[in-house]
Design a protein around this ligand. Structure first.
Ligand code: SF4
Length: 655
């Protein structure tokens, strides 16, 4: 039996360390690394399924080309030749900017960034800005702190009060659960702020089911109570912050009643929450990726940051506003990784959530081709119907993927890539912990799949991109040069990181020295205005009275694990009997959800824990079952070009 150190490559907080054992009969055993302080010997179901996915019969096994008779299998040489000829023609007639490279976070391996390096070698192409998941929150923390960092995972145990704000670790960050349970065993209050009851409600001492999008109102209400009760850290506010005085002054324009009313909670609930958070000697906030998926998403997070700063919970053990963690990212040579220096200036970009409008509003012929890597935009982008129309309008479409996603199905060429068990790489969590993780090749490529590095290297040779092929001769060299700053920081060679999960020290308690990375070195308070929009978190359109919240599944990373669902299965929408009103429908009925963007058939489930007129559905369903994003719009958040999935309003009809 041979043992390998591998890792989970999914877009997850935990980035687990995996032990893969190849038995003498060739079979594989996957387990969580029991020596790792975060993974603790277990993986979630998504992790087990994904790690074994390399032998899935549904994998794409050969390069494919769409023809009028269906998919035709091509040799790699033929597929890459045809694609390179088409690229040559587009480059000479319309230029590289007429190509879109659409990528996302389908695999966290460093070497997968060779796609961007290749397109920059062409002079740069059209790319997306902003983000579907976390753009508004990233922008918020960059504005407030200057950078986005999280505390060391075990620091949670130094906290005297833990707030899970729109976060469901039971389903989306299960390795936080043992730490939370340990905190609970010490009688540390765990406060869950979430419109919907989730599996994590069982971990919480208190659940506050606020209305979706009212997170900023709640943060302000708590800040107002703490200010009135003099439970604020004036020393921190006066010495390390910009705008603290204005923020405190701005609180006067709001009454507690109007703020609390916007949240859907009672005054006593908000006072209880403020008391628990404000009187703790150290209180930490752990944010999920729900509060920012609103039109006011950036403001929501800035007000939560402001609450933590006002109460003196920044830069202390057991404190912080933990949203994401870009500490290790800073020690990667992005210029080498992405080949940025080869980009022309002024390249066209589009806000990622508004892909469809961007493409469809362009003059005919301006966009000649699209390459999709590490992404399934036809499911994950909002406004599915427009996205399909936009994607189909592009004359030349190439998708690289492991399986026949809804996006791949509509491509002209589909190229099969290798699976994490078939390649060596490095991974890191940009969302939580500070471990830099090596993942070893465990098996030979199972089918006729190729690593993206080989695919783009071959294309570069066919396009005579000699500077690219000599700059990036092979994967080990590509990675070694990209992690040079990281190795200097750790005082080691790239080879010394191979086979290991390396802790990256130095930022266990972010902002401990109050050295914020804003332009003036201060924490920046967001100053709330009393504009009308502040109190319009909820729909005013009586045709669509139900507020839809689309949550992450315990069983799928975005759309990645929905491929095996039977076609007959419909997404389940949950609603309370009160919200059903006069509609005569009951548990298990097939109903129709209708928004301004489209209609979706669902199976009805009754959940009387949901706030009035709030409905819940799981995101990630493929087209065969019904994509939830048929209902969502391309509207952007207030800043950070974030998709506003949770700003979706519907009505429900019985079929
Ligand atoms: S999805 Fe997350 S929790 Fe599950 S195995 Fe992968 S990294 Fe670990």
């Amino acid at each position: 039996m041979k043992k390998y150190k591998s890792a989970c490559s999914m877009d997850c907080w935990d980035i687990c360390s995996i032990i893969a054992e190849v038995k003498d009969d060739g079979s594989l055993k996957i387990s969580g690394d029991s020596d790792d302080p975060v993974t603790r010997g277990f993986l979630c179901q998504k992790g087990y399924v994904s790690a074994n996915y390399f032998q899935d019969p549904e994998r794409i096994t050969e390069p494919l080309k769409r023809t009028s008779d269906g998919w035709q299998i091509l040799s790699w040489d033929q597929a890459l030749f045809e694609i390179s000829e088409k690229l040559k023609s587009i480059l000479s007639s319309n230029g590289s900017q007429s190509l879109i490279h659409y990528k996302d976070a389908g695999h966290g391996g460093l070497s997968k960034n060779i796609d961007s390096a290749f397109f920059n070698a062409l002079g740069g192409v059209t790319t997306a800005t902003g983000n579907l998941c976390w753009g508004a929150g990233m922008k918020a923390q960059q504005l407030d702190f200057g950078q986005v960092y999280s505390h060391y995972p075990m620091d949670m145990l130094n906290s005297q009060c833990i707030v899970l704000w729109g976060k469901n670790p039971m389903d989306t960050s299960p390795h936080m659960v043992p730490i939370l349970k340990k905190a609970a065993s010490k009688n540390i209050p765990i406060l869950l702020i979430d419109p919907v009851k989730t599996a994590s409600t069982s971990l919480a001492s208190h659940h506050y089911p606020i209305l979706p999008g009212s997170d900023g109102h709640l943060a302000l209400a708590i800040a107002k109570i703490l200010t009135d009760k003099k439970l604020i850290d004036l020393h921190f506010a006066e010495n390390y912050c910009l705008g603290a005085e204005k923020f405190i002054h701005a609180l006067d324009q709001f009454s507690i009643e109007e703020l609390v009313s916007a949240t859907g909670l009672s005054i006593s609930q908000v006072h209880e929450l403020a008391e628990l958070y404000g009187t703790a000697t150290s209180a930490s906030i752990f944010l999920g990726y729900g509060p920012q998926r609103n039109r006011n998403g950036c403001r929501n997070l800035r007000l939560i940051d402001a609450l933590a700063a006002l109460s003196g919970n920044i830069g202390i053990e057991g404190g912080g506003v933990n949203y994401a963690n870009h500490y290790i990212n800073q020690w990667i040579d992005r210029n080498h990784l992405l080949n940025d220096s080869e980009q022309a200036t002024g390249l066209p970009t589009f806000p990622q959530p508004a892909f469809a409008d961007y493409v469809l509003n362009k003059p005919l012929g301006d966009i000649q081709g699209i390459f999709v890597t590490l992404a399934n935009p036809l499911v994950q982008l909002p406004d599915t119907n427009r996205v399909i129309e936009a994607f189909k309008s592009i004359p030349f479409r190439v998708v690289i993927d492991l399986r026949m996603t809804d996006t791949a199905r509509m491509a002209d060429y589909v190229l099969p890539c290798t699976h994490i068990m078939e390649e060596s790489d490095f991974l890191m969590s940009s969302m939580w912990h500070n471990f830099f993780t090596y993942t070893d090749q465990v098996v030979e490529p199972t089918y006729n799949a190729r690593h993206e590095f080989d695919i783009f290297h071959s294309l570069a040779r066919m396009l005579d991109l000699n500077a690219f092929t000599s700059k990036y001769p092979n994967i080990p060299d590509y990675i070694a040069k990209s992690i040079k700053p990281l190795c200097q920081k750790l005082n080691c060679s790239p080879e010394e990181l191979i086979g290991k999960r390396s802790f990256f020290p130095g930022n266990e308690i972010p902002w401990r020295n109050r050295d914020f990375e804003t332009s003036d070195g201060l924490f920046h308070f967001y100053i709330p205005g009393s504009d009308q929009d502040f109190f319009s978190a909820q729909t005013k359109d009586a045709s669509y009275p139900l507020h839809l919240v689309s949550v992450h599944s315990r069983y799928s990373m975005h759309s990645q694990h929905f491929s095996h669902r039977p076609e007959s299965e419909l997404p389940t929408v949950s609603i309370s009997t009160v919200s059903l009103g006069n509609i005569e429908a009951s548990e298990g009925d097939t109903i129709k959800l209708i928004s301004a963007n489209g209609e979706l058939k669902c199976t009805l489930a009754i959940d009387n824990s949901l706030p009035h007129n709030v409905i819940k559905v799981t995101q990630g369903w493929w087209h065969k079952n019904g994509s939830v994003n048929i209902l969502t719009s391309q509207k952007l958040s207030d800043d950070g070009e974030q998709a506003t999935y949770n700003d979706c309003f519907c009505r429900l009809e019985k079929i």
